[in-house]
Design a protein around this ligand. Structure first.
Ligand SMILES: CC(C)(COP(=O)(O)OP(=O)(O)OC[C@H]1O[C@@H](n2cnc3c(N)ncnc32)[C@H](O)[C@@H]1OP(=O)(O)O)[C@@H](O)C(=O)NCCC(=O)NCCS
Length: 178
C-alpha cells in the first residue's frame, strides 16, 4: 500500500496554510500505515510507555482508527506527532468536542516550534470538522506550552487505572438499565 491509500485520513482536511507555515524541508501529513516502521512508537516514548508493537498489531490499530469515519486525526511532522479525536455529544445540540492526545516532539527537535505547529494544525482540523471546543490533559510542567498555544486552564483531570482481570475470571454482567 502506498500514496494516499495508506493515510489515516484525507490530507485535504489539513489546511494548506498549516503546511506553508513549515520550512520546505518539513512535511506535514496524516499518519501513514507504515509509520510504525519509521519510528512512530519510539517518538511516543518521550510521552509515555510505548513498547514496540508487532507489524500486525500496529496495522490492526491503524486500521481500527481508520475504520471510524471522521473520528481519529493523527498528524505527523517528521519527528513529531499529535492526534485529535472527535467526539459526538448528546449535549449542545449533538455538538462535537475535539480531544487532543499524544503530542510528542522528539528530544532533539524540541524548542523549534514543532509542538506549536502540531497543535495549531490539529485545531484547524478540529475547526474543519465543526467542533465547538477542544480539550486536553497535560502535566503541570506543560501548562505554559499549552498557554502559548492559546489554551487556558479549566477543571481537573481524574484517572482510575483498570487492572487486567485475572485469566479465567468471568466477565461482569451488564447493567439492566442506564
Ligand atoms: C511539550 C512539547 C510537545 C512542546 O513541543 P516543542 O516543539 O518543544 O515546543 P515549541 O517549540 O512549539 O514551544 C512553543 C512555545 O512554548 C514554550 N514551551 C514549550 N514547552 C514548554 C515548557 N515545558 N515550559 C514552558 N514553556 C514551554 C516554548 O518556549 C515556546 O515559547 P515561545 O513561543 O515564547 O518561544 C515537547 O516538549 C514534548 O514533546 N515533550 C515531551 C512529551 C510531552 O510532554 N508531551 C505533551 C503531553 S501533554
Amino acid at each position: 500500500m502506498s500514496g494516499a491509500d495508506d493515510l489515516l485520513f484525507d490530507p485535504s482536511l489539513i489546511p494548506a496554510s498549516c503546511s506553508e507555515s513549515l520550512g520546505s524541508d518539513l512535511e506535514l501529513r496524516p499518519l501513514r500505515a507504515s509509520d510504525g516502521d519509521r519510528g512512530h512508537l519510539e517518538l511516543l516514548t518521550v510521552l509515555t510507555v510505548a513498547p514496540k508493537l508487532s507489524s500486525q498489531s500496529y496495522a490492526d490499530t491503524f486500521n481500527h482508527l481508520r475504520s471510524c469515519p471522521n473520528t481519529y486525526f493523527t498528524i505527523v511532522i517528521i519527528v513529531s506527532c499529535g492526534s485529535i479525536i472527535i467526539e459526538r455529544k448528546f449535549v449542545r445540540s449533538s455538538g462535537l468536542v475535539g480531544h487532543i492526545e499524544d503530542i510528542a516532539v522528539s528530544k532533539s527537535m524540541q524548542g523549534r516550534k514543532l509542538g506549536l505547529k502540531i497543535i495549531n494544525t490539529l485545531e484547524e482540523v478540529g475547526r474543519g470538522q465543526g467542533v465547538y471546543k477542544i480539550i486536553l490533559d497535560c502535566s503541570k510542567e506543560n501548562i505554559p506550552f499549552y498557554e502559548k498555544c492559546g489554551f487556558k486552564h479549566k477543571e481537573y483531570e481524574m484517572v482510575r487505572y483498570i487492572e487486567a482481570a485475572p485469566s479465567g475470571s468471568s466477565k461482569p454482567s451488564s447493567p439492566a438499565k442506564l
